[in-house]
Design a protein around this ligand. Structure first.
Ligand SMILES: [Zn+2]
Length: 285
């Protein structure tokens, strides 16, 4: 089983339209509660919430039926566990949200687990040019092994200028903000060509805003700004699809796992995450 923080109810307005990532009854990702507001867990009189929506750091988990997605028995769980958030979000942003077309040019800003999954999504979509930007050299290297073709260090190079230069002065067809930094959305807007698409995949702090000039962005340039949550997908369908791509050798999950630690070292694992050390640490019981 792979757990999903967005269990679809299957019956709301969005679910019946095939837009399950917007399910109005799927509150686990935001509140760690079931649709009725309960958590099913308590310590004395105190309500206990599932950490990060799915209680992924616990040995036992309480979830609704659609929160656990069945995968084939022969898939190692320590590999499958990275699919349910980062890979689903990144690959889905490319295939389902932006719908990158064959031969396109793509800019990926931020190369954490999600950004690297966008790179893999771009490769799956047969993009011809996958330009990546991240200040960490090791992450740019991993991106190269996953399909990136051109590399930008944003600390020493101008992302917009380099992206335009690499596309013959035109700008990229698709830009993806994957670092969770609002100002990078503007960078993506400027790096995208007229009629290009900018997809906001990262989640900037809720207090951050961006300024956009609608006349030049939407009218004169006809650019498109898209939002995406969990790859705009239904986890019950998407997770098995991604596992299928992994089994077929078309999706690299192992490269995203840079460390394995016992559950007792969860604090060290969280420190690695905060300090951007490695990509994904898998906690093993
Ligand atoms: Zn629903």
């Amino acid at each position: 089983m792979v757990l999903t923080p967005a269990p679809p109810c299957g019956t709301c307005y969005w679910c019946v339209r095939g837009e399950a990532s917007s399910c109005v009854n799927s509150s686990a990702i935001m509140t760690s509660q079931f649709p009725d507001g309960s958590t099913g867990l308590s310590r004395g009189d105190e309500v206990v919430y599932r950490g990060v929506g799915v209680a992924g750091f616990a040995e036992y988990v309480l979830t609704q039926a659609t929160g656990a997605v069945k995968i084939p028995d022969d898939i190692p769980l320590e590999v499958a566990c990275v699919v349910g958030c980062a890979v689903q979000t990144g690959v889905g942003a490319v295939l389902n949200t932006a719908r990158v077309v064959e031969g396109a040019s793509v800019l990926v800003m931020g190369l954490g687990g999600i950004g690297l999954s966008v790179v893999q999504g771009a490769r799956l979509a047969s993009a011809s040019r996958v330009i990546v930007s991240d200040p960490v050299a090791q992450r740019r290297e991993v991106a190269g092994s996953l399909g990136a073709t051109d590399f930008i260090d944003p600390l020493s190079e101008d992302v917009v200028e380099k992206a335009r230069q690499l596309t013959g002065g035109i700008g990229v067809d698709y830009a993806f903000e994957c670092a969770g930094r609002a100002e990078l959305i503007s960078v993506g807007v400027n790096a995208a060509r007229n009629r290009g698409t900018i997809t906001c995949v990262g989640a900037p702090p809720i207090t951050q805003n961006i300024e956009i000039a609608p006349a030049s962005l939407f009218v004169v340039s006809e650019k498109k700004l898209l939002g995406t949550l969990l790859g705009s997908s239904n986890s019950l369908h998407e997770i098995p699809r991604l596992i299928g791509l992994y089994t077929a050798g078309r999706l690299d999950l192992e490269s995203l796992i840079t460390a394995r630690r016992p559950l007792e070292e969860i604090n060290e694992a969280m420190e690695d995450l905060t300090a951007s050390r490695g990509i994904r640490t898998v906690l093993e019981i």
